[in-house]
Design a binder for this molecule. Structure first.
Ligand SMILES: Cc1ncc(COP(=O)(O)O)c(C=O)c1O
Length: 402
């Protein structure tokens, strides 16, 4: 039997975490604050049924949906992105610079193909999104963590580490960050863009939660401050439309777009046509504004209940974030509680049966960083279950402190 490639060992890490999350999500007895999936109520099933029926009745669109397509994606979906998603956020985009990809995650893969040679450094937030790190490591990048505080990535530390490590890329999740729920402040957004230009480093802005803001005011993306093309914006339709459709996009300058064309062609030719067309029609038929309001109302209510319950049931001294959008909050527990060890009991004890993601997995530094932290997703959990689950989890944590 041939030996598997070395990269398979690095891939095992997050595959194991994800497998456990899905197991927890599918166990009806567990209240899972683990996965970052949208609420089932937030998926536009009826609208998609109607659109799909229509598409298949219109010869041209039906054939287009089932035929091979262009590498960069369906033109009207790219127009929707420019006009409905980017322009209202202050980002000028040209349809020719929008690249449709197979879920937001494909951006990390394609951009590593473009930029990363073995041993290259990528600066990431501390903590950061495990899936992206897994892709970076698959390309044998060295991920170096940059400090974060309540205003997101600390730009003084970022500049110091750019100078020290000469990275190829900086990976930032600026809005309602996964896993911390924090948002990068406006002045730091501008600074990050400037540092990319000043030191000739690619800033990969991964912003899939930006469009689900349900309190506070919108902030311009880092890309809006980019004057030299060093910032590349990646986004996803997973949280505002449907994750199963596997749709995302990249906005980059002409030079990068041309290289993406080659990388995407070699990887999978183009993104599936049927979901692209359904998604384009969803926006063009005017469904998005009401859908967007509905999902924001739904998540706002869940966020409020989650925060209220954490404050009520978790022990004194717990620090948690208050996200103005997105699907999760992040808690740091007092008293030396190890959240990785606690998770075993929380998810198996019949009186608790609650899952979350232990914090340690999100830190590239290792050495036990984040072992008192947990990511708590509220997006896909019904309000009553949020109450019950948080009370049970809070009681378990408190019992460890007495
Ligand atoms: C920060 C971040 N980037 C990218 C993605 C991937 O999105 P997609 O499901 O569209 O691949 C996620 C999904 O949870 C995410 O949290």
């Amino acid at each position: 039997m041939s030996k598997f490639a070395q990269r398979m060992t690095t891939m095992e890490k997050s595959a194991t975490v994800i497998k456990k999350l899905f197991e927890a999500m599918n166990d009806p007895k567990i209240i899972s604050f683990g996965g970052g999936a949208p609420a089932k109520e937030a998926l536009p099933v009826d609208i998609v049924r109607e659109i799909t029926n229509d598409i298949m009745r219109i010869d041209k669109r039906g054939v287009e949906a089932l035929q091979y397509g262009g590498v960069m994606g369906v033109p009207d979906l790219r127009e929707v992105i420019v006009n409905d998603l980017l322009a209202p956020k202050g980002v000028k985009g040209n349809v020719d610079n929008i690249f449709i990809i197979n879920g937001g995650l494909e951006a990390m893969n394609l951009l590593c193909q473009l930029y990363i040679d073995p041993g290259d450094v990528i600066l990431v937030e501390s903590p950061t999104f495990i899936h992206s790190v897994e892709i970076f490591e698959m390309f044998q990048a060295r991920c170096i963590a940059v400090d974060m505080d309540d205003k997101g990535m600390v730009t003084e530390d970022l500049e110091a580490k750019i100078i020290k490590y000469k990275p190829k890329m900086v990976y930032v999740i600026p809005t309602f960050q996964n896993p911390s729920g924090r948002t990068l402040s406006l002045d730091r957004r501008q600074k990050v863009a400037e540092l990319g230009s000043k030191y000739d480093v690619i800033i990969l802005e991964d912003d899939p939660y930006r469009d689900i803001r349900y309190s506070g005011s919108d902030l311009l993306p880092i890309k809006a401050f980019d004057e030299t093309g060093h910032t590349i914006l990646a986004n996803s339709f997973s949280k505002i439309f449907s994750p199963g459709s596997r749709l995302g996009y990249i906005l980059a300058n002409d030079e990068v777009t041309a290289k993406l064309f080659n990388a995407k062609t070699a990887t999978n030719s183009h993104t599936s046509m049927l979901p692209q067309i359904i998604c384009a029609e969803f926006f063009k038929r005017g469904y998005y504004p009401a859908h967007h309001k509905m999902i924001c109302d739904l998540y706002r209510e869940r966020r409020d209940i989650m925060i209220e319950c954490i404050d009520k049931f978790f022990p004194k001294g717990t620090k948690r974030t208050f996200p103005d959008g997105g699907l999760f909050t992040w808690a740091e527990l007092p008293g030396g509680i190890n959240t990785t060890e606690l998770l075993v009991e929380a998810s198996t004890n019949p009186d608790v049966k609650v899952a979350y993601v232990a914090g340690e997995a999100f830190f590239t530094e290792g050495g036990g960083m984040g072992n008192n932290c947990m990511r708590i997703s509220f997006g896909s959990v019904a309000p009553e279950k949020i109450r019950i689950g948080t009370e049970r989890l809070g009681n378990l944590i408190c019992s460890k402190l007495t």
